[in-house]
Design a protein around this ligand. Structure first.
Ligand code: 6PG
Length: 233
């Protein structure tokens, strides 16, 4: 399935749309297979999505049948302000009784990657939905340009100079592709140029940034007006 792009007026609109998709998929997956597996993205963009799920959809899904995973984590403790787990916990874990598979980043990239790999679903595809963010440099999860991993599902990673936390753990391209659906939430004008480049590269099957290469089967981009590719993709 090729990429799809859906545009909303603003970031809250993107979050609401993503929440609706996730809830519908969760209800379907639970009805069909008794479980829903969701890989969460980190950073700041998805926070509104997570608070929306907790505030508007707490009763819409049997969250006890939901397993939450992380697309990546910074190698810090769960109380650290840069922890993706902490962001998710504050946004929704106090409300939604889902099972959470945390990446123990505080143990360091190699050990954390090994432990986390052992918690991934045995089923294929692993995830019903994978959430993706995109940095202005085109990274996704913690797959940065030049990342190399060989046939693993979880890998230690290093963010470039300038990132607050450089030691990371990330799902790999193979893991991100092991999904029924991938939703990329991209908002804000600082990403518009990169998004235009990525969408064009993906449409032409070209190489490019990690976001260009993620899940070649297709990604559903949910973007706001500010991130709209000026002059088309
Ligand atoms: C992380 C994320 C990362 C994020 C992008 C976008 O741990 O940083 O998983 O891939 O999605 O960097 O981040 P923002 O949403 O903060 O722009």
């Amino acid at each position: 399935m090729p990429d799809t792009i859906r545009r909303y007026p603003d970031a809250p609109g993107v979050a609401r749309a993503a929440a609706d998709i996730i809830v519908a998929d969760a209800r379907g997956a639970i009805a069909e297979r008794g479980v829903f597996t969701l890989a969460l993205s980190g950073g700041s963009t998805p926070k509104t999505l997570y608070t929306t799920l907790a505030s508007e959809h707490a009763g819409a899904v049997d969250w006890t049948r939901v397993h939450l995973f992380f697309g990546d984590e910074r190698c810090v403790g769960p109380e650290h302000t840069d922890s993706n787990f902490r962001m998710v916990r504050e946004a929704m874990l106090g409300v939604l009784p889902a099972a959470v598979h945390r990446i123990p980043g505080e143990l360091g990239p190699r050990v954390a990657a090994e432990i986390y790999a052992g918690t991934l679903p045995g089923e294929r595809p692993m995830f019903d939905v994978v959430l993706l963010g995109m940095g202005p440099d085109g990274h996704t999860a913690s797959i940065f340009s030049g990342h190399r991993d060989q046939g693993v599902l979880v890998s230690p990673a290093t963010a470039p100079e300038g990132f607050a936390v450089r030691d990371r753990v990330t799902l790999t391209f193979a893991a991100l592709a092991s999904s029924r659906r991938a939703l990329a939430l991209v908002t804000g004008k600082d990403k518009a140029g990169r998004l235009r480049e990525v969408l064009g590269q993906r449409a032409r099957g070209e190489a490019g940034t990690p976001m260009t290469l993620a899940r070649p089967e297709g990604v559903e981009f949910l973007i706001d007006d500010a991130a709209e590719a000026p002059g088309g993709a």
